[in-house]
Write a protein that binds this ligand. Structure first.
Ligand code: DGJ
Length: 535
């Protein structure tokens, strides 16, 4: 029997296993429309390879998969899988079903046109369409999370998709994960306001859910916890969840809907499944960001209501990148970033995500444009800001490719160290300096200072054995120390740059003399160092 891509534990940490080996998705998400054309994709696969990626995240849309109800067309899925294999790469598919950016852009026209059967969310009572004042006055409509017909149709289509993927890829495992929907939730209000929604909101909260929320209140965001602790143990949504009731109500129904879709898919082919989220910013109210979506403050609700979703995946465009990574690795949620910016922190964030957060997936968005001057609203999306020059500079593609190739080559060693202190990383975004304590040694990295010309560095250290280390150093300098109080002196036995190919070190230069003193690296460099501590 085939062992499909699945999640396993390594040193107590979740890892993605593909064909019996850990696999880290060093991915890129393509623009929304790219994967609708196989011809267009040819050049995108080439770009991804040049960027050292081992995987692409590709939309598969409901509208093109089921153009007429019950008639399925998987020709794109088949073609994309064939292309990935030709390029020696993997795929994470993104199911653009009922939700895409909290709207219903990708529902097929037979769904969009039948408003009676496939009800729209009434953000304002009686209205299926609004101009959303809380979001730049944009036209807004989405499908109702309470509509059973929509959920069943969406789930049926997704089930057929997963069955097809299993049929053509169950042995080869080119497809390693699937995202169910895209940035779910509703904009413009914290919950739906149809007659039906009002009446369900007045109903009693299912008791097992109320109990679960009370029992898990400790880990929740402050205001959610307070609302639950002050609320009743049983009663209507408002009585149990107080001021957090409307968002929790939406999350309960959105997560339940997405779980039903994921479950239909898993029945056919149980690949790891994710739900991505449009993040809330401090001060945002639900509805100003998609209410009911899997934001960190609703993670406990999603855990309860969507057991078929393995990972909550943040789309990170905000500046406080590391804080968000910390938030989304709570509750043993592995770090899976399907979308992030392509400004010049992109490469150092890849290093950080793998080395510090033991990521499943790191994937900048719109990789077709990486390295090009920002356009089409990217400045806005990426939070470009003159106070931080690194945000204004597009990622250097050659450097990105080098870093990804280093991570890829070291993958067996790195993945083996997931969940241990033998793998550590830091970047300019975690502080100007960092110290990695590993056994008898300490390795310091410096990202800011007179020696450093740039401010977008990162450093990853992996300990292979007691005194042998590999380092990815990018725009940083490193120094080595003994951390053993009984052997405080230190010699560098050997320092080399080079490559790690097929599990073996291939030396380029032996670094000694000046090069063993001035250990500062402006460009991505892979080092191997052997240390010796003595009295
Ligand atoms: C977030 C969405 O999930 C993506 O599909 C894309 O629309 C990006 N925003 C940016 O354009």
């Amino acid at each position: 029997m085939s062992v499909f891509p699945h999640i396993d534990l390594n040193n107590g940490k979740k890892v993605l296993m593909v064909k019996g080996k850990p696999f880290i998705m060093l991915a890129g998400e393509v623009h929304n429309s790219s994967s609708s054309s196989l011809a267009y994709m040819e050049q995108v696969w080439e770009q991804a390879k040049a960027l050292g990626m081992n995987c692409l995240l590709l939309p598969v849309t409901w509208e093109l998969t089921e153009p007429r109800e019950g008639e399925f067309d998987f020709s794109l899925v088949k073609g994309l899988i064939r292309q990935a294999r030709q390029h020696g790469m993997k795929i994470g598919f993104l199911w653009f079903g009922a939700w895409k950016n909290a709207q219903c852009y990708y529902a097929p026209e037979w769904v969009k046109k039948d408003l009676k059967r496939f009800k729209r969310a009434q953000v304002i009572k009686g209205k299926s369409f609004i101009r959303n004042e809380s979001f730049y006055n944009m036209p807004y409509s989405t499908l109702s999370y309470l509509c059973r017909e929509t959920r069943e149709a969406d789930a049926r289509a997704f089930g057929r998709l997963m069955a097809y993927i299993r049929e053509i890829d169950g042995d080869e495992n080119t497809v390693v994960s699937v995202q169910v929907e895209n940035e779910s939730g509703i904009m413009g209000a914290a919950r739906e306001h149809s007659e039906e929604a009002d009446s369900v909101f007045e109903d009693m909260v299912p008791q097992d859910f109320a109990d679960y929320m009370n029992f898990h209140a400790d880990t929740m965001a402050g205001d959610v916890r307070d609302a639950i602790e002050q609320g009743a143990c049983r009663g209507s949504w408002k009585e149990v969840f107080g001021d957090a009731a409307e968002e929790i109500f939406s999350a309960y129904h959105v997560a339940g809907y997405i779980n039903a879709v994921a479950e239909a898919g898993k029945k056919e082919y149980p690949l790891p499944m994710t739900a991505n989220c449009w993040l809330n910013k401090p001060g945002d109210v639900p509805g100003g960001y998609p209410s009911g979506g899997p934001v960190s403050r609703m993670m406990e609700v999603w855990r309860y209501c969507a057991p078929c979703i393995d990972i909550i995946a943040p789309d990170i465009y905000a500046r406080n990148f590391t804080e968000i990574c910390d938030e989304y690795t709570r509750l043993e949620n592995p770090l899976y970033i399907p979308e992030c910016a392509t400004h010049s922190y992109a490469a150092s964030r890849a290093v950080l995500c793998v080395g510090r957060y033991n990521a499943f997936c790191y994937s900048p968005f719109g990789i077709e444009d990486m390295g090009m001057p920002f356009s089409g609203g990217q400045e806005f999306l990426f939070g470009v800001d003159v106070t931080d020059p690194a945000l204004n500079i597009p990622q250097d593609v050659e450097e990105y490719g080098r870093i990804n190739r280093m991570l890829n080559d070291l993958m067996p060693l790195i993945a083996d160290k997931y969940g241990t202190r033998d793998l550590q990383a830091a970047s300019c975004e975690t502080g100007p300096t960092a110290s990695f304590h590993m056994g008898a040694y300490r390795i310091d990295a410096v990202f800011e200072g007179p020696m450093m010309k740039r401010r977008d560095g990162a450093c990853l250290v992996v300990r292979e054995s007691e005194d042998t280390f590999y380092l990815i150093v990018h725009a940083a300098s490193v120094q080595f120390f003994s951390a053993d109080p009984s052997r405080q002196s230190l010699d560098i036995l050997s320092l080399e740059d080079g490559q790690y190919i097929d599990g073996k070190w291939v030396r380029d230069r032996r670094l000694n003399g000046d090069e063993a003193v001035m250990t500062s690296y402006d460009r991505p460099t892979l080092l191997k160092v052997r240390l010796f501590a003595y009295d």
